[in-house]
Design a protein around this ligand. Structure first.
Ligand SMILES: Cc1cc2nc3c(=O)[nH]c(=O)nc-3n(C[C@H](O)[C@H](O)[C@H](O)COP(=O)(O)OP(=O)(O)OC[C@H]3O[C@@H](n4cnc5c(N)ncnc54)[C@H](O)[C@@H]3O)c2cc1C
Length: 419
């Protein structure tokens, strides 16, 4: 521990990274103010941390920087019935992201990402369990495992995933088609096999959990300001400045936890970080959640279903198209069709939601101080796994802010890799 105790922290963003970081800091006795343009307790609060599939997936070490996927990308992009889509008007803005993606799409980078995702994913459930001791999670968290199903069409990719997980010592139980049907009898058997991660958990309401963590943060003395943050800077060696439309706020340190919106601030700080978004969608089938008892993901389709309190949440697809393009009805229809392929008995859907996964082209998050402004700490880029990684991110970032020593190798998460 360094002798100096940080006097105050401002956090931009009250998604799962921001709120978990705020909670850990306030528990260390450091005064914290979180800013968000929406109140986490309101209905208007609908960021990625609200609408995700709710999987706590500590096993999901392999990301999309894999050559087996790369060869399929052009085919997938040209098909409107595929898991990957592109908003063509956004392509010119993604050049830097694509450039870094191609650079990181090889076996060595894939395994590097897997190794360092594993380092933090492996700690993710325990970190949540610590928080769950302090909030009532009745009807909010379920521990029934998570099932992935697939057809025999892409067995090369499936075998690669199984091997990488095995090499990292990740527990997985392969399932035959019959075993899957035994576990989930309502599924239409359009798949050939699958895997269950029986220690995985799922949220029955991610927003409900986030609200409870946020309340705990407030009860411990944390402050919240609902405002759109316009800029963030370090003004002297021990002062950072957060500016909203009408006000300026000074903190000794600040944390950027604004998910896919974080690039605005790193650009202001003069760091070239190729953060972009993988847009994803969800719909609910109200009162249909009991058709399955745990999350089921259909890997060939890039989509999954989670039983939640709001209904059966069908979630998925990756659409590259930035933060401004409107919701795409084609993507919504794709998800509905996929859900009905697995559960033909489903009726009409409600709620159409578009969310923004914050994704860096090597699929590792950025966790650590800004290169040019040491009192500004980055906590973004958690892509498909930000829900799983919320609690552990809170622990890591609060440790960095407080100047604590860690046994973790944090170098791979530094923004240095892009500069
Ligand atoms: C369809 C979909 C399914 C997913 N499923 C899963 C899953 O099953 N498991 C999993 O682990 N992960 C999943 N994820 C990923 C996960 O949801 C995200 O990685 C995670 O929620 C990101 O958290 P965050 O706190 O970084 O960002 P966010 O949740 O986006 O929060 C950022 C916050 O910052 C605020 N903000 C931004 N800019 C400003 C500003 N200028 N001023 C004030 N406030 C600002 C926003 O209002 C927002 O509240 C999924 C994502 C999607 C889209």
């Amino acid at each position: 521990m360094e002798n100096h105790k940080c006097k105050s922290v401002g956090i931009v963003g009250c998604g799962i990274q921001g709120v978990c970081t705020g909670l850990q800091l306030i528990k260390r006795g450091i005064p914290v103010t979180i800013f968000d343009r929406n109140d986490p307790l309101s209905k208007e609060f609908k960021p990625a941390s609200y609408g995700n599939a709710g999987h706590f997936s500590p096993y999901a070490v392999l990301q999309l920087n894999r050559t087996d996927i790369l060869y399929d990308v052009p085919k997938m992009l040209l098909s409107s019935y595929g898991p990957l889509a592109l908003k063509w008007n956004y392509v010119p803005k993604m050049f830097s992201w694509f450039y870094h993606y191609l650079k990181n799409c090889n076996k060595k980078s894939m395994l590097h990402t897997a190794k360092y995702m594993h380092q933090i994913l492996n700690l993710s459930l325990d970190a949540y369990e610590e928080i769950f001791k302090e909030i009532d999670t009745t009807n909010l968290v379920e521990k029934k495992g998570i099932i992935y199903v697939w057809t025999n069409k892409n067995l090369k990719s499936r075998n690669l995933e199984i091997k990488v997980r095995k090499d990292l010592g990740i527990k997985q139980k392969l399932l035959s088609k019959e075993e899957i049907i035994k576990l989930e009898p309502n599924l239409n058997p359009v798949f050939d096999a699958g895997v269950i991660f029986d220690y995985a958990m799922h949220a029955r309401d991610p927003h409900g959990i986030l609200r409870k963590v946020f309340r705990l943060f407030l009860e411990n003395g944390g402050k919240f300001i609902q405002s759109d943050v316009k800029s963030l800077s370090q003004t002297s060696y021990n002062e950072t400045l957060i500016k909203t439309d009408n006000e300026e706020y000074k903190f000794e340190k600040s944390v950027i936890a604004s998910g896919a919106f974080s690039k605005k601030f790193t650009d202001q700080l003069g760091e070239k970080i190729p953060l972009d978004t993988e847009r994803g969608y969800h719909v609910h089938f109200k009162n249909q959640q009991d058709l399955i008892s745990r999350p089921v993901i259909f890997l060939d389709r890039g989509f999954g279903m989670t039983p939640m309190n709001q209904g059966l949440r069908a979630v998925g697809t990756v659409e590259l198209g930035g933060l401004e393009n409107p919701l795409s009805k084609k993507r919504i229809n794709y998800i509905i069709n996929c859900a009905k392929e697995l559960l033909p008995q489903l009726g009409n859907h409600d709620d159409e939601w578009l969310g923004f996964r914050p994704t860096l082209p090597d699929f590792l998050p950025i966790l650590g101080p800004s290169l040019k402004n040491k009192n500004i700490i980055y906590a973004f880029g958690h892509q498909h796994l930000g829900w799983t990684l919320g609690a552990i991110t809170g622990k890591i970032i609060s440790g960095i802010v407080a100047g604590e020593k860690t046994n973790l190798d944090l170098t791979p998460y530094s923004s240095k890799r892009f500069n």
